[in-house]
Design a protein around this ligand. Structure first.
Ligand code: KIV
Length: 275
């Protein structure tokens, strides 16, 4: 059964934790979907884990549409949410709605996500008016890395925690269907989750959130450039892949691959007549 924003709300209402992961391509989305993941985020983290940038700021709408199309084809049951990249919703409400619409109509996503608080409630309202479900994202919002001065835990002081709670309320009021809370202290995330009617999806924000999300390369051990403290590695797929690559290179260099069973034969008749 296809997960929808209504599924997410009823999971929160029934105290059932929501499991989300990122994906950026067809085969990964299909594997996650077959495992029963509730939602897949085509995150602009793809700039780092797929494209090798240092941050998410260079990701374009074209990048997002390209990867969202692939994920949508692989996700039969998971809710597909696509990130609005940096500068795709900051210029005007019209620009925001148009770009959100492209992720739905061209990318095939069921919802979009944007980073930021009360300052984006006009955009959220305009998108929901256009029947585009919007997920919010507060706390460590990577598109603001230059404003934050690095990837740092957010909401540690009373003032900062109050700002996040106020932003969460404003976004809920504006119509977001769920809210990502990234890298904020667990007790603050738990308080926000209990205050809001909509589900919160935590990343680095403790077990009190209504759901969790991780970047799949982080949780499978596929991305070694930087591993945040909050990541748990659920498998060592990077090592498994390297073992496979090593074995392939060895067999090619020793001429043991391809073996007869991987090879197509020609009849002697054809061979005899070749000149
Ligand atoms: O881009 C992304 O992958 C995200 C998640 C980490 C929440 O925004």
């Amino acid at each position: 059964m296809k997960n929808t924003i209504t599924t997410f709300q009823s999971m929160k209402d029934n105290h059932k934790p929501i499991a989300m992961l990122t994906a950026y391509d067809y085969s990964t989305a299909k594997l996650e979907d077959e495992s029963g993941i509730n939602g897949i985020l085509v995150g602009d983290s793809l700039g780092m884990v797929m494209l090798g940038y240092d941050d998410t700021l260079k990701v374009t709408m074209e990048d997002m549409i390209h990867h969202t199309k692939a994920v949508s084809r692989g996700a039969k049951n998971a809710l597909v949410v696509a990130d609005l990249p940096y500068m795709s919703y900051h210029v005007s409400v019209e620009q925001a709605v148009q770009n959100a619409g492209r992720l739905i109509t061209e990318g095939g996503a069921q919802a979009v996500k944007l980073e930021g608080g009360a300052e984006f409630t006009h955009e959220v309202r305009a998108m929901t008016r256009a029947s585009i479900p919007v997920m919010g994202h507060l706390g460590l919002t990577p598109q603001s890395i230059n404003a934050f001065g690095g990837f740092k835990v957010q909401g540690k002081t009373l003032e900062a925690a109050q700002r996040i709670l106020d932003d969460a309320r404003a976004l809920e009021e504006a119509g977001v269907f769920a809210l990502v809370l990234e890298c904020i202290p667990a007790a603050i995330a738990e308080k926000i989750s209990s205050e809001l009617r909509i589900p919160t999806i935590g990343i680095g924000s403790g077990a009190g959130c209504d759901g969790q999300i991780l970047v799949y390369q982080d949780m499978l051990g596929l991305y070694g450039d930087f591993t945040p403290k909050f990541v748990k590695q659920f498998s060592c797929a990077g090592n498994v892949m390297k073992e496979g690559f090593d074995a392939y290179i060895k067999e090619v260099s020793e001429r043991t691959f391809p073996a007869p069973e991987h090879t197509f034969s020609a009849s002697d008749d054809v061979l005899d007549k070749l000149y």
